[in-house]
Write a protein that binds this ligand. Structure first.
Ligand code: NAD
Length: 352
């Protein structure tokens, strides 16, 4: 097949990890006979430096014309002034909004070889295989913001339609997995959560009666994620709860450097990125873990290009690289030599 893929490396370790993702994409193209056209563009801090905008018009146009987008990360201390008029993350928010990407998928699994990289006990981690679906374009982060000298507020707002579309998406994935959907809210305290719970119940009962639906309060969910994480199949939740819970869930896998994500809308086009940020503390040293980005490439192949076999091959290759003990510094056992970004990428290519 032919496909155009926009590549937005961004800032910090973004360019280092996307370079490995690109190598894997090219290898998949060659091995399976696909014509992938990869086109690079600016986003985030580097885009501000060069053009004054975090999402230049050229980048936006490229993303609209592409079948899928692979992104590294944006941000860093250079652009950290919270009062600046233009900030790197505006580029990310803008592209998600422009493309209508409202469902953020974050799968979390554990690898036997990496049990020691987690702070949790192996028996707690055994069998963890969950998909968190986070609403991405509503809630507190996008509501009206007000600030006076001694007062500030952020409005949390959701419409029924915004809840329905993301719940449908999550329920569709649950149907293809173990058929259990956990909806996370704070219905004992928030009106938006009461609407969330009511709407979710309605959609699932009407359209997905084959699923088991449970409602869990976000504070309890934070605790269950550490106590019995293997009990979760698909979790669906609003924007901020999802943001926080997925960082917490990354502890299960051992590091943020292992976790991929996909942001989807109604069509096939999606944006794929590791869940971690630009890691300025290790940028430029060639030691960032590229597996999260490479696993994001697998999600891109599966969800935007419909290439399930190729996606599975990439996931298997990452598994094999980890099983061989090719472990970057964030997951290598203390006192053992660790793999560089390029060496980890190469191990995946070798396995492919
Ligand atoms: P971060 O995810 O960049 O880093 C947190 C910690 O995890 C750091 O110690 C870092 O070294 C480590 N880490 C992250 N990814 C790693 C990898 N692939 N391999 C090895 N170690 C890794 O979060 P932060 O430090 O809070 O934020 C740094 C910058 O990134 C900030 O400017 C923030 O705004 C931005 N950020 C961007 C995104 C995004 O682009 N989607 C997401 C989160 C944060």
């Amino acid at each position: 097949m032919k496909a155009t893929i926009a590549v937005l490396p961004g800032d910090g370790i973004g360019p280092e990890v996307t370079a490995e993702g690109v190598r894997v994409l090219r290898a998949v193209g060659t091995k399976f006979g696909h014509g992938f056209e990869l086109r690079e563009a600016l986003i985030g801090g580097c885009a501000i430096d060069r053009t004054g905008s975090a999402l230049p018009a050229e980048t936006s146009a490229l993303c609209r014309a592409a079948d899928a987008i692979l992104l590294g990360a944006v941000g860093g201390p250079k652009w950290d002034d919270p009062n600046a008029a233009v900030r790197p993350e505006q580029g990310l928010f803008a592209i998600r909004r422009e493309l209508g990407l409202y469902a953020n998928l974050r799968p979390v699994t554990t690898h036997p070889k990496l049990m020691a990289a987690s702070t949790l006990r192996p028996e707690v981690l055994a069998g963890v295989d969950m998909l968190v679906v986070r609403e991405l374009t509503g809630g507190l982060y996008f509501g009206e913001k007000k600030r006076t000298a001694d007062r500030a507020s952020d409005l949390c707002e959701y419409t029924v339609e915004e809840i329905r579309r993301v719940v449908r998406r999550a329920a569709g994935f649950a149907r293809l997995r173990r058929k259990k959907l956990t909806s996370v809210d704070k219905a004992n305290a928030l009106e938006t959560s009461r609407l969330w719970r009511h709407t979710t119940r309605e959609i699932v009962h009407k359209e997905f009666p084959d699923l088991t639906l449970e409602h869990v309060l976000v504070d309890a969910c934070a605790m269950y994620l550490m106590r019995k994480p293997s009990s979760f199949d698909v979790i669906v939740t609003e924007n901020m709860f999802g943001d926080i819970l997925t960082d917490e869930a990354s502890v299960l896998a051992g590091s943020m450097g292992l976790l991929p994500s996909a942001s989807l809308g109604d069509g096939k086009r999606g944006l794929y990125e590791p869940i971690h940020g630009s890691a300025p503390d290790i940028a430029g040293r060639g030691i960032a873990n590229p597996y999260a980005t490479i696993l994001s490439v697998a999600m891109l192949l599966r969800h935007s290009l419909g290439l399930a076999r190729e996606a599975a091959a990439v996931e298997k290759a990452v598994d094999a690289a980890i099983a061989r003990g090719i472990l970057p510094a964030d997951v290598a056992p203390a006192g053992t030599p660790s793999a560089s970004t390029v060496a980890a990428g190469q191990a995946v290519l070798d396995a492919l």
